[in-house]
Design a protein around this ligand. Structure first.
Ligand code: BGC
Length: 668
C-alpha cells in the first residue's frame, strides 16, 4: 500500500477540466472520479458477466454439489477484461466489447462506493516475442506500430474518455511480458525485432491512457522467478524508468506495477522465509529451484522492485498489484511444514509450495490453484506497497494450446504448453503443462476444476469438510519396462473421500482406467520418453489433481546384451571435475538414440555437459543423444565422446556400472 497521494495537483486540475468539459448529468454515480493514490482503496471491482457465465456453466456441469458450490463462490469474483486484439474492442466471437463491459460496470457500481474496472492492454506489435502461444495479430514493423496506435490504442482511449464512464476507476494492466522480455530475452531475434515497438507502443499507451483522469496505468513487471535476480531487477527498473521518462507526464504516467500476470508464482513461500538460510552448508537460494535468485515469491519481488523504482526516481506513492488468480498451490500436494532434510535441494523441494518442476514453467501448470481473493490494500506486507491483489488472468482461461490449433489470431503452438515435451528451457524436464488445453484465452474447464480444487486459501472455508475430491495419489513408479509397455503402480489416496478408481494420463487419459493401484500402459514406441500421471476418482466423478509426473523411457530394442562399452575418466580439482566418457557400440547393429545411465556414489552433481543431453535425478545421471543430431546413431564398432563438468565434495569415485537402454555396458 502506498501512503502518499499522487498527482494531487494534476488530479484537481483534471477535475476542474472535467467539470467544464463534461457536464454532469445529475446522478452521483456519473460524477467524475478524482485521481486518487490507490484506486482500489474503498472500492468494489467489476465482475465480468461473460466470464461468470462460463463459470456458471462449469458449475452446472459439475456433478459434485460441493464443487459446484465452490465454483459459484468463484463466479462472483472480479476478473480483468482483456483487449487481446483489435476486434475485442467492439466485441467478437470470443466475447463482448469494451462498451458492453463498461456499461455493465455502471450498472454494478453502487452509489457512493467507487468501482474499479480491471482492463488489460495486450496487442503490441510482435507480441509475446519469446514464446508462441500468445503471438498476436500485429507484426513488429512500422506498419504494425501504426495500426497499434490508430486501430487499437486510439479507439480504446476514445471509449475510456467517454464522459459516461468518468465515474468508474479504470485500472489498466499495460502489456504483459513486453518490457520484461527486453531484459532477459533480447538475444532472441523476435525480441530484438520487437524491442523498439515495445518501447514506443508502451509509451504511446501510457500517454493516451494517462491523459484520462479516471484511468490508472499499471505496467506489467513479470514475476519473481523472471526478474528477481539482481542482474535482471536493476536493468528492469532502469528500463521502466527510461520508458516513463519518454512520456509526456514522465513518472506520473505510471501509477504502479502489476506482477505475476497470468503466472502461478506464489505470493508467499511460507516455509522458506529466508533465502540465506543454509542447508548442507549452502544458502537455499543456491538450490536448483531458485538458481541463486533471492526473490522466492511475489512479496519478495514487489518489495525489491519498489525500492529499485524509487531509487530510479519513481514517486514513493508507486503502488503494486499482484495477480493472485492462480498462485494458490493448495490441495493435498501442498507442504505443511519446512522439510527436515539436510540435503539442500531436497530441503527446498519439500518445503516450497510452488510445486512446478521449474519456475519457468508458465503454461497451464498442473497442480496450481486459485490464490488470494481480490482485495484492496492487503495487510501484512508494508515493504511491498501493495495497492491490491487482483485477478488479471481469469481462472479457467488457457495459457496456450497443448497441440497445434489453427486460428486467425496469430497464436501459435508453443511446446511449453505440451505436456509430453522435455524442454531445454526447464533444465530438460517435462513441461508439467496440463493436457488437452485449448488456445490461449479459451475456456479450459478441466483446468478450472483443478484451480478451484487446489485453491489456497480454500474456497468456502477450510478443513476436511471443504474437501470435495479425492487426494492426489502418490508414489507413482514404474515396474517392468519393455520396448512397448510400462507397468505402473502407485499408492492409494487415503482420505475422507471414497476412491472408486484411477485415471492414468499420458498427454491424454489412457483408455481403461484402473480400479486397483496398478496399470500397464501398452502400445508404446521403443526408446521414447513418456510422462505418466495418475488421478484418483470418486463415485460422483470428482477427480483429484494429477500425481507428480513420472517420466519413463521405453527400452531400446537395438542394444542387445553386451552391446556397449564405456571408458570413463575424471579430471578433478578441489570441488570440481570434468568427466569424460567414450561410449562404444560393440554390437553388430547401429545404436540409435542411445541413452546412457549411471550413478554417482559420492553426491557428485553434473552441472553442464556436451555432446549429449544431461540430466540428473538424485544420484542417477542420464546422458542421451538428441534425436536427429550428428551423434544420435553410433555405427557398429563406432564410439562417441561425451562429457560434462561436475561438482564433488571430497571423494570422487568413478561410477561402477553403466547401462544403455537397460543393458549393462562393459567397462574399460
Ligand atoms: C491470451 C489472450 C487472453 C488472455 C486472458 C492470453 O494468454 O493470449 O487471448 O485474452 O490470455 O485469458
Amino acid at each position: 500500500m502506498s501512503k502518499f497521494p499522487k498527482r494531487l495537483l494534476a488530479a484537481s486540475t483534471a477535475m476542474a477540466t472535467a467539470l467544464v468539459a463534461w457536464p454532469l448529468i445529475g446522478t452521483s454515480a456519473s460524477a467524475a472520479e478524482p485521481h486518487v493514490d490507490n484506486p482500489y482503496a474503498g472500492a468494489t471491482q467489476y465482475v465480468n458477466p461473460t466470464w461468470a457465465a462460463a463459470v456458471e456453466g462449469a458449475a452446472t456441469r459439475a456433478s459434485d454439489p460441493a464443487l459446484a458450490a465452490k465454483m459459484r463462490v468463484v463466479k462472483n469474483q472480479p476478473t480483468a477484461v482483456w483487449m487481446d486484439r483489435i476486434s475485442a474492442i467492439t466485441g467478437n466471437a470470443d466475447g463482448n466489447g469494451l462498451r458492453f463491459h463498461l456499461d455493465r460496470a455502471l450498472l454494478q457500481k453502487q452509489a457512493g462506493t467507487p468501482l474499479v474496472f480491471n482492463l488489460v492492454i495486450y496487442d503490441l506489435p510482435g507480441r509475446d516475442c519469446y514464446a508462441l502461444a500468445s503471438n498476436g495479430e500485429l507484426p513488429a514493423t512500422a506498419a504494425g506500430m501504426a495500426r497499434y496506435k490508430t486501430e487499437y490504442i486510439d479507439p480504446i482511449a476514445a471509449i475510456l474518455a467517454d464522459p459516461k464512464y468518468q465515474g468508474i476507476r479504470i485500472a489498466a494492466t499495460i502489456e504483459p511480458d513486453s518490457l520484461p522480455n527486453l531484459i532477459t530475452n533480447i538475444s532472441h531475434p523476435e525480441c530484438q525485432q520487437a524491442a523498439p515497438y515495445y518501447r514506443e507502443g508502451v509509451k504511446y499507451a501510457l500517454d493516451k491512457l494517462h491523459a484520462i483522469p479516471n484511468v490508472y496505468n499499471y505496467v506489467d513487471a513479470a514475476h519473481s522467478g523472471w526478474l528477481g535476480w539482481d542482474a535482471n531487477a536493476g536493468p528492469a527498473a532502469k528500463l521502466f524508468a527510461g520508458v516513463a521518462r519518454t512520456t509526456a507526464a514522465g513518472y506520473a504516467s505510471i501509477d504502479g506495477f502489476v506482477t505475476n500476470t497470468a503466472n502461478t508464482t506464489p505470493l508467499v513461500e511460507p516455509y522458506l522465509p529466508n533465502s540465506s538460510l543454509t542447508v548442507g552448508g549452502n544458502p537455499i537460494r543456491s538450490s536448483k529451484f531458485y538458481e541463486w535468485n533471492s526473490d522466492f515469491d511475489e512479496i519478495d519481488w514487489t518489495a525489491h522492485l519498489y525500492n529499485l523504482l524509487v531509487a530510479e526516481g519513481f514517486p514513493a506513492s508507486t503502488g503494486m498489484l499482484v495477480d493472485t488468480s492462480r498462485n494458490g498451490w493448495g490441495g493435498a500436494a501442498r507442504p505443511t511444514a519446512a522439510s527436515s532434510s539436510t540435503d539442500l535441494n531436497t530441503y527446498v523441494d519439500q518445503s516450497r509450495v510452488d510445486r512446478r518442476i521449474h519456475r519457468g514453467a508458465w503454461c497451464n501448470p498442473l497442480g496450481a490453484g486459485i490464490g488470494e481473493r481480490p482485495q484492496a490494500t492487503p495487510a501484512g506486507y508494508p515493504a511491498s506497497h501493495l495497492d491490491a491483489f487482483v485477478w488479471i488472468k481469469p481462472p479457467g482461461e488457457s495459457d496456450g494450446a497443448s497441440t497445434d490449433i489453427p486460428n486467425d489470431q496469430g497464436k501459435r503452438f508453443d511446446r511449453m504448453c505440451d505436456p509430453t515435451f522435455v524442454s531445454p528451457k526447464l533444465g530438460n524436464q517435462l513441461t508439467g503443462a496440463s493436457p488437452d488445453a485449448p488456445l490461449a484465452g479459451q475456456w479450459f474447464e478441466s483446468q478450472f476444476v483443478e484451480l478451484v480444487r487446489n485453491a489456497y486459501p480454500v474456497i468456502g472455508g477450510g478443513g476436511t469438510s471443504d474437501q470435495v475430491a479425492p487426494s492426489v495419489p502418490s508414489g507413482l513408479q514404474a515396474g517392468t519396462v519393455t520396448s512397448t509397455s510400462v507397468a505402473l503402480s502407485w499408492t492409494a489416496s487415503t482420505d475422507n473421500v471414497g476412491v472408486t478408481g484411477y485415471d492414468i494420463y499420458r498427454g491424454t487419459t489412457l483408455a481403461g482406467s484402473s480400479t486397483t493401484t496398478s496399470f500397464t500402459a501398452t502400445g508404446l514406441t521403443a526408446n521414447t520418453t513418456y510422462s505418466f500421471t495418475v488421478r484418483a476418482k470418486d463415485a460422483a466423478g470428482n477427480v483429484s489433481a494429477a500425481s507428480t509426473a513420472l517420466p519413463v523411457t521405453t527400452s531400446n530394442t537395438n542394444n542387445p546384451p553386451g552391446g556397449c562399452r564405456v571408458t570413463y575418466s575424471a579430471n578433478s580439482w578441489s570441488t570440481g571435475f570434468t568427466g569424460s566418457i567414450k561410449l562404444t557400440n560393440t554390437s553388430t547393429t547401429p545404436l540409435t538414440n542411445w541413452r546412457l545411465v549411471f550413478s554417482f556414489a559420492n553426491g557428485q552433481t553434473v552441472q553442464q555437459g556436451w555432446n549429449a543431453v544431461w540430466s540428473q535425478t538424485g544420484s542417477t545421471v542420464t546422458g542421451s543423444a538428441t534425436p536427429g543430431s550428428w551423434n544420435a546413431t553410433i555405427a557398429p564398432g563406432g564410439t562417441v565422446d561425451i562429457g560434462f563438468n561436475g561438482t564433488h565434495t571430497g571423494t570422487n569415485t568413478a561410477p561402477t556400472a553403466f547401462s544403455v537402454s537397460g543393458q549393462a555396458c562393459s567397462i574399460g
